[in-house]
Design a protein around this ligand. Sequence first.
Ligand SMILES: [Zn+2]
Length: 144
Amino acid sequence: MRTVRWETEWVEDMPDVMERGKVYISIKHRLTEHLCACGCKAEVSLPLGRSDWRIEYDGETVSLRPSVGNWRLPCGSHYIIRESRTQWCRAWSPEEVMAGRIRDRQEKEWDIKRKLKERVWWKRILQRILAAVKDKWMRLTGKP
Ligand SMILES: [Zn+2]
């Protein structure tokens, strides 16, 4: 049986046995899990993050972005959970799955690059401070 309406379950750790029709969210593990909406009972585990999945919770209903594409499952389900309802999407062709994966990877790479840039920026500031301190030290003591 297909899941029509989802319940939200906030957990610390994921339960050993999941109930159908529940979206489990763990902030601690930055993870969300549920049983596939098609009713095949497969466990779907999605990481939460800027370049992964995002949760929207309005106090009552839950939305997941982007869509859930269970390409690795036999059922190949593709759906969106929006305001606790399942919206079915067209199943992707193998080419589209591949394109989606490449896009995913690119987004991840951009994210890593952006983080690295931030790190370089901080390093530069730190080096500047260190150089200034060293300069002062040399002027005070005459020693390098
Ligand atoms: Zn399924």
